[in-house]
Design a protein around this ligand. Structure first.
Ligand SMILES: [Fe+2]
Length: 293
């Protein structure tokens, strides 16, 4: 077990999102994972409070940002990737299947012709199994579709950042009912992650804690295999899919899904401004292919 990597978590209470900075102690190089750009739905204002916390940490620790990694095109928060890149650099990366997600949502939002669903808005698109480095830390991108078709997990040293696949053991797993989602795929992706060594540290992208505990984000592969309420060892794919499908039918659409996705398929850029200099987000009426209630 290596002790070279340092993981720092940032919990955003409004969206229950956990962003991370993982860094290499030897070289002071770092990756930011799933940063948040605050967005107030009522006023249409963005602000950078959450991302600025990350900036303060980077400066205090004297870290140089090499990567800004997105696990997927999030539906519950806007990405702070572009803002952070403007401040500290780094390559914004996501899984190559983002093209499929971009094509789906280009149609739904009727995005401008110049928006190409080719992933070019990102600096790098990861293939399944692709190796990369953060300083001298070994890292690998793993395709884990199911929540969306493009979800990636990032294995860095002895830690895996699992995005929206599984959550803390007492919360279970992510939903699989978004466009392109698939509960069968999600189960197989999670089982793939659970094949990692038992002491692999697992960091989740959200926590929705029961009233009995504070938000948490770190578990282990062994801990998840023993106790995850949805996918512990012994749960079959059929059992999981039946549970997931029934549960997803009861879930509301996330509050920020419509603003979030149109920004996140642009790698955290706002849409181009109109001639008056103001950028607008679009609300497709009766078009999102998911339960609208
Ligand atoms: Fe998500």
């Amino acid at each position: 077990m290596s002790a070279r990597s340092t993981v720092r978590a940032f919990f955003d209470e409004r969206t229950a999102t956990i962003s991370y900075v993982v860094s290499d102690a030897a070289t002071k190089r770092a990756a930011i994972i799933d940063p948040v750009l605050d967005y107030d739905f009522k006023s249409g204002h963005t602000n950078t409070r959450a991302a600025d916390e990350i900036l303060a940490y980077l400066r205090a620790e004297n870290l140089a940002v090499q990567w800004i990694l997105e696990t997927h095109a999030h539906a519950d928060h806007l990405s702070g990737a572009r803002y952070l890149q403007e401040q500290v650099g780094g390559q914004i990366a996501i899984g190559e299947n983002i093209r499929e997600v971009q094509a789906t949502f280009k149609k739904i939002y009727n995005l401008e012709r110049t928006f190409l669903p080719d992933g070019s808005q990102f600096d790098h698109l990861f293939r399944d199994g692709e190796s990369f480095h953060i300083g001298e830390l070994e890292a690998r991108a793993l395709l884990v579709p199911g929540h969306t078709p493009a979800d990636m997990a990032y294995l860095v040293d002895d830690a895996v950042f699992v995005g929206d696949t599984l959550f803390m053991p007492d919360v279970g797993t992510a939903r699989a009912d978004f466009p392109g989602g698939d509960a069968h795929q999600l189960f197989r992706s999670i089982r793939r992650l659970l094949e990692l060594p038992g002491d692999t540290r697992m960091f989740v992208c959200h926590d929705y804690p029961p009233a009995s505990r504070q938000p948490a984000w770190e578990s282990t592969v062994a801990g998840q295999r023993a106790a995850n309420i949805h996918v512990r060892d012994g749960v079959s794919e059929g059992q999981f899919v039946a549970m997931r499908t029934a549960r997803d039918a009861t879930l509301e659409v996330p509050t920020l899904i419509l603003p979030s996705i149109q920004v996140n398929v642009r790698a955290g850029r706002l849409p181009p401004a109109d001639a008056n200099g103001i950028a607008y987000l679009r609300i497709p009426i009766n078009a999102l292919p998911t339960r609208g209630q």
